[in-house]
Design a protein around this ligand. Structure first.
Ligand SMILES: Cc1cc2nc3c(=O)[nH]c(=O)nc-3n(C[C@H](O)[C@H](O)[C@H](O)COP(=O)(O)OP(=O)(O)OC[C@H]3O[C@@H](n4cnc5c(N)ncnc54)[C@H](O)[C@@H]3O)c2cc1C
Length: 294
């Protein structure tokens, strides 16, 4: 496959607009190559930003309460970055369990999100944190909340002529609790069979705000508003009483579809989700507020 190296984001947008059907942006190529090798999707020409002058694409910067991560940062860059470790401390642990170091050395954050694969780890984690994408096109730049980004199996709202230039990740604040859990069938760093992320703000021992996401169950990663509403106002340690956990199970059963939108994933995934969610909730109930940043 021929690769067109562009010198800037502006040139990438122009190149993608020149021939919408046959051209495709490439990040690390790990997702695209798997698809091309299987014959599932073979782009005619790849457009690459690896030689672009825009240094922002490789930058990780703190802007107010947000960490702006350049689109070309690899998963390994993020795992080792001191600013990430300080301001989004749970991210390194999540990344440590994504595939092998070889894959993490080349896979980029933009490729990881643009791929739209519901089985991937970072979308579930970053959506619960409230991440947003910064996207460039001929019309300028726009922001897309990750919770509005995925529309179906390998489908996102991103146009084929748009380029993700950065990902804004809110920093984790004192009193915030973030727990990503993935259940794998074999190795811990394997693709998740089911994943979830719980992101809570705690005020005086009770949940003030909750974001809960689910991955690898259904055609897209998504938030779970019924569970979030149930969690709000729950205090510790009462949240783990038998009656509360029974109620939690009922909410899971009503909100998590036993049958996948496109794939027959089955009831067992809902059961795994419930077990992992209870583990995350118990962990929060046992955590002191000051521990949240560790
Ligand atoms: C052996 C192996 C094991 C893996 N295991 C796991 C795992 O356990 N957990 C997990 O989460 N993932 C896993 N992955 C998937 C991996 O995380 C993804 O393949 C990777 O994140 C995709 O990033 P990339 O930069 O290589 O994307 P690419 O393959 O380059 O691109 C993927 C998609 O994103 C688009 N794209 C890329 N950059 C941009 C941009 N700047 N703007 C707009 N669109 C863009 C491309 O056009 C393409 O559609 C595994 C992959 C491999 C090969």
């Amino acid at each position: 496959m021929p690769v067109v190296d562009v010198g800037s984001v502006h040139e990438a947008v122009e190149a993608l607009n020149a021939d919408v059907d046959g051209r495709r942006l490439i990040g690390g190529g790990t997702g695209l190559m798997l698809m091309a090798r299987s014959g599932f999707f073979v782009p005619e020409t790849l457009v690459s930003l690896r030689r672009a002058d825009d240094t922002d694409l490789l930058d990780i910067r703190l802007i107010g309460g947000v960490l702006r991560i350049g689109a070309l940062c690899t998963l390994r860059d993020l795992e080792l970055d001191p600013a990430v470790r300080r301001h989004v401390p749970t991210l390194a642990g999540v990344l440590h369990r994504v595939s092998s170091v070889r894959t993490r050395n080349v896979a980029t954050i933009a490729g990881c999100l643009a791929h739209g694969d519901p089985k991937m780890d970072l979308p579930t984690y970053l959506m619960a944190l409230g991440a947003e994408l910064v996207v460039a096109s001929t019309a300028g730049r726009r922001k897309i909340a990750l919770s509005d980004f995925f529309v179906g199996y390998y489908e996102t709202v991103l146009l084929s002529t748009e380029v993700i230039v950065a990902v804004d990740v809110p920093t984790i604040q004192p009193g915030q609790f973030t727990e990503y859990r993935k259940f794998t069938g074999t190795l811990v760093e394997d693709w998740p069979l089911v994943s979830l992320c719980l992101n809570l703000d705690e005020v005086e021992g009770a949940i003030d705000r909750a974001a809960v996401t689910v991955g690898a169950l259904g055609s897209k990663v998504k938030r779970l508003p019924q569970l979030e509403a149930w969690l709000r106002g729950q205090g510790k340690p009462e949240i783990t009483t038998a009656s509360n956990l029974k109620e939690l199970r009922e909410v899971v059963e009503s909100e998590i579809e036993a049958k996948d939108d496109n794939l027959a994933s089955g009831d067992y995934k809902r059961k795994i989700f419930h077990v992992e969610l209870v583990r995350a909730v118990r962990k929060w109930a046992a955590t002191q507020p000051t521990e949240a940043l560790r």
